[in-house]
Design a binder for this molecule. Structure first.
Ligand code: NOJ
Length: 523
């Protein structure tokens, strides 16, 4: 399992109210205990923090808030010493406007770095060069008085987009990747990889007729001319080749991509070559309705679309989306973990979801997230609040007041309270990871959905080397008795959402609690 850490919110080692690298290192034993395989850190680079690190001012440094390069080296040594991998976030689509590259680029029209960014003349009436909108809301262009041109920013205006058609930009970013790979980093999660190349003709985007208030502000337009352009694949291949030069299969390339499944799959590589992302993030579970029928269709569609030999992956949460426990409720959150950790492929868990952490309401006046500031109601602060370690003040996250408030329920929902509680969500997640590792059908087995015969229920079989595991999930509150003899006559419960379920089980009369889930080894 990949475990995503939002460094500002994981563990503060020095009383700054903001998490740091030494804090992550302190908590590695927890991650090992839990059964994590790899840690992905959201950006740790120097940054004015207009988008909390996704506005990078130096690709090869560390923000003093988080620590130093020595802290990275220490963290690397400690993760590797425990058999874990460390994945960094890389943000190549845009820099901070305070990055020296952009400072040079905006200084004059003939600066050698001018073409490193996307500068365009105004329209004849002085308006922006085209109608493109930013993902956080508002125009994607900012007029620069001094040089009389507009620059493009798909996100905040403090995040100008790099010009990936310029070979010098590519070479510079490749050097940055090597800097970290040389230090021993195990791979990258690449921010908005599918947006890196824009239309060469800068054509207007069409309006999105399906956009409704409440949908994300970036979806007001169909992003036809800014996303998923054919030329982007060449860049992805280049990045992959850079990683592969450190040994085939040694370093991982993960792409952040929000696209319909058939288009997502093209980021594994064209024509069956698998020479792009190892894992184009699969956000289907985040994007689609939460019900048994949709999830079944999603599994079937995803599996059918996967290119031959491509390794699947599933994501249940991240720093941009409502937490799963808030979205589906506390009881369903357990079912969700059971699903995530028994599907075929690499699961990604967002820090705190293993505890059942919820979004924390943050009033607009206290918002820190630029998306909330530009588009009230769309903020991402609620899912970025401090990790809940124990019942002490500030949930054991910090000795100082944290940068975002701690959840009100932290005295009950925290690692210390859950670690020894057999009923806790954390215990369930740990058991699932344990079973997963010990059971080839769950780690490498095939997946086949079954007809569970009742609404709200989903069943699938995982199979490898003659071993068979049946997973049964109830997406509703009504209990059912199911006939699942198609999966075998009897079985033994490996993991269950409720503790009362142990030992052998008759698959002809399988009773499934409301909001319940079972992982059963069948015979
Ligand atoms: C995607 C990141 O996940 C998000 O947090 C960020 O705001 C944008 N990319 C811009 O970098």
């Amino acid at each position: 399992m990949i475990y995503q850490i939002y460094p500002r919110s994981f563990m503060d080692s020095n009383g700054a109210g903001v998490g740091d690298l030494a804090g992550v290192t302190q908590k590695l034993d927890y991650l090992t205990w839990l059964g994590v395989d790899a840690v992905w850190l959201s950006p740790i680079y120097p940054s004015p923090m207009a988008d909390f690190g996704y506005d990078v001012a130096d690709y090869t440094g560390v923000h003093p808030l988080f620590g130093t390069l020595d802290d990275v080296d220490r963290l690397l040594a400690e993760t590797h010493g425990r058999g874990l991998k460390l994945i960094l976030d890389v943000v190549p689509n845009h820099t901070s406007d305070e990055h020296p590259w952009f400072v040079a680029s905006r200084s004059s029209r003939d600066n050698p770095k001018r073409d490193w960014y996307i500068w365009r003349d105004p329209a004849p009436d002085g308006a922006p060069p085209n109608n493109w909108l930013g993902m956080f809301g508002g125009d994607a262009w900012v007029y620069d008085e001094a040089t009389g041109q507009y620059y493009l920013h798909l996100f905040d205006k403090k995040q100008p987009d790099l010009n990936w058609r310029n070979p010098e930009v590519r070479a510079a970013m490749c050097d940055a990747l090597r800097f970290w790979l040389d230090r021993g980093v195990d791979g990258f999660r690449v921010d908005v990889i599918w947006l890196m190349i824009k239309d060469a003709l800068f054509r207007d985007n069409p309006a999105n007729p399906d956009w409704r208030p409440g949908d994300s502000p970036g979806n007001r337009q169909i992003k036809l001319y800014v996303e998923d352009r054919p030329e982007v694949h060449e860049i992805v291949r280049e990045m992959r080749a850079t990683l592969d030069s450190y040994g085939l299969g040694e370093r991982v390339l993960i792409g952040e991509i929000y696209l319909p499944l058939p288009r997502l799959m093209t980021y594994y590589g064209a024509d069956g070559r698998l020479d792009e992302c190892h894992l184009p993030f699969n956000f289907s579970l985040l994007e689609r309705p939460w019900d048994a029928r949709t999830v079944r269709q999603t599994i079937e569609e995803y599996e059918a679309e996967l290119p031959h030999g491509a390794w699947p992956n599933w994501v249940l949460g991240n720093h941009d989306k409502t937490r799963i426990a808030s979205r589906v409720g506390t009881a369903q959150a357990r079912v969700a973990q059971l699903l995530l950790l028994t599907l075929r492929g690499t699961p990604t868990c967002y820090y705190g979801d293993e505890l059942g952490m919820q979004d924390v309401p943050i009033p607009h006046e206290l918002a820190r997230d630029p998306q909330e500031i530009l588009s009230p109601g769309y903020g991402r602060d609620p899912e970025r609040t401090p990790m809940q370690w124990d019942a002490s003040p500030h949930a054991g996250f910090s000795t100082a007041t944290p940068w975002l408030p701690v959840a009100a329920d932290y005295r009950d929902v925290n690692v210390a309270a859950e670690q020894d509680d057999p009923h806790a969500m954390l215990t369930l997640v740990r058991r699932l990871l344990e079973s997963r590792r010990a059971t080839p059908a769950l780690t490498v087995g095939t997946v086949r959905t079954l007809d569970a015969g009742q609404p709200d229920t989903l069943a699938y079989l995982r199979e490898a080397d003659g071993g068979r595991v049946l997973v049964v999930l109830n997406f509703g509150a009504t209990p059912y008795t199911l006939d699942l003899r198609q999966a075998g006559a009897t079985g033994t419960v490996l993991v269950a959402t409720g503790l009362d379920r142990e030992g052998s089980i008759d698959l002809a009369h399988l009773s499934l609690a409301g909001n319940g889930g079972l992982v059963i080894k069948t015979t």
